[in-house]
Design a protein around this ligand. Structure first.
Ligand code: TYM
Length: 365
């Protein structure tokens, strides 16, 4: 007896009926990016290396920005602190210029399709392939391999799901995230060739080396919330006095000449990059302006420039944080917008994989 192939017929209908989650032809290209809510404040590297660029991109692109809280729990988190940090991160995105009327802004855990697609992608990722991800190697070394969770291991696959759900053409990130975007490309190509054209293959939009910000105390290492000493870090929400002090005590070198030379003068070069990122002036112009002056002059001026620039961002972020209900509403609206795209992609994926269409009344899947 041959069984009627209702599953195939249903799947075919579903695929035809699934609204296309890709940007319509002739409309803006889509970009997507996110920053983890794993600190009480974003740092200057997140700001100059990512956020400033996002704010520019939302004018030109159909931009999707989110807060990857599912990623944050790949290492232990205090629940109340995580909730606070998620709001703090959202408040800083908006205070830094992300405009919820121009882009889609949401919290990852409020769009369940991320975890759902991640499972499907887990099942087409090789164990060896996942083992080669350098960020897992670094983090598991730092926390001890016995402490590393399976979530930390599959982190890049969740990141691939974040990306592929929205069919973006580009993923603006720093160099440190390149390998993860490459994995999303590989998984998109693999899925498309096994199950038919489903995902847009995204391009990494890697920020220029000039947007990379280094630790003020160890200017050959990138500025990072997990740095050994907090003195190398400029946090957006820190007290301006702390920020000024950290800039004034930044490590430089024994010479006196102010010039850009990443290799031989990493400390001064980092200060010049920050100056340029904040002021919008080219590095050459800054170097020319400081000809004959001492490092101290540059540090004092930079401290003032940075604290003045960050003051209104800090103030706005605190205003948003003072009204968490309003902030949560903005984020819920963003999650609703995001789900329209994400659920269309997931429906298509489920049908292609061979999952039965849901015929009940509890939502669409
Ligand atoms: P995260 O939270 O480590 O970093 C967020 C963004 O900030 C950039 N960045 C820097 N840029 C310049 N100088 C620095 N010192 C510096 N430090 C960080 C990072 O390159 C990044 O662009 N896995 C991601 C979060 C994520 C994601 C995604 C990103 C989850 N899903 C999907 C894009 C698409 C991460 O941990 O970024």
């Amino acid at each position: 007896m041959t069984l009627p192939s209702t599953t195939e017929a249903d799947a075919a209908t579903l695929m035809q009926n699934a609204p296309d989650s890709r940007p319509a032809p002739g409309t803006k290209q889509r970009v997507l990016s996110g920053m983890q809510p794993s600190a009480d404040s974003l740092h200057l590297g997140n700001y100059l290396g990512a956020l400033v660029n996002w704010v520019r991109m939302q004018e030109e692109y159909d931009a999707v920005f989110f807060i990857p809280d599912l990623h944050a729990i790949t290492v232990p988190q205090d629940p109340a602190e995580l909730a606070h940090r998620t709001r703090v991160t959202a408040a800083q995105y908006i205070a830094g210029g992300v405009d919820v009327d121009k882009c889609t802004l949401f919290v990852q855990s409020q769009v369940p399709e991320h975890a759902q697609l991640a499972w499907v992608l887990n099942c087409i990722t090789g164990f060896g392939e996942a083992s080669r991800m350098t960020q897992f190697k670094d983090k598991s070394l730092r926390h001890g391999s016995d402490q590393a969770s399976v979530g930390l291991f599959t982190y890049p696959i969740l990141q691939a799901a974040d990306i592929l759900l929205y069919q973006p053409q580009g993923v603006p990130v720093g160099e440190d995230q390149r390998q993860h975007v490459e994995l999303s490309r590989d998984l998109a190509i693999r899925f498309n060739s096994r199950f038919g054209e489903t995902f847009t293959v995204p391009e990494p939009f890697i920020q220029k080396e000039s947007a990379k910000i280094y630790d003020l105390q160890n200017p050959v290492g990138k500025m990072s919330k997990s740095a050994e000493s907090p003195n190398g870090l400029i946090n957006l929400l820190d007290d301006p006095k702390i920020t000024a002090k950290r800039i004034k005590s930044a490590v430089t070198d024994a010479e006196t000449e102010i010039r850009f030379d990443r290799e031989n003068k990493p400390g001064v070069s980092n200060l010049l990059t920050i100056y340029s990122g904040i002021s919008g002036l080219p590095v050459e112009k800054i170097v020319a302006d400081y000809e004959g002056k001492m490092y101290g002059h540059l540090k004092v001026d930079l401290a003032e420039l940075v604290t003045e620039h960050l003051a209104p961002i800090r103030e706005r972020a605190h205003e948003f944080l003072a009204d968490p209900a309003e902030l949560d509403k903005l984020l819920a609206h963003g999650a609703d917008k995001a789900r329209e795209i994400a659920s269309a992609t997931l429906r298509d994926v489920y049908a292609r994989v061979g999952f039965l269409p849901y015929a009940g009344t509890q939502g669409s899947l």
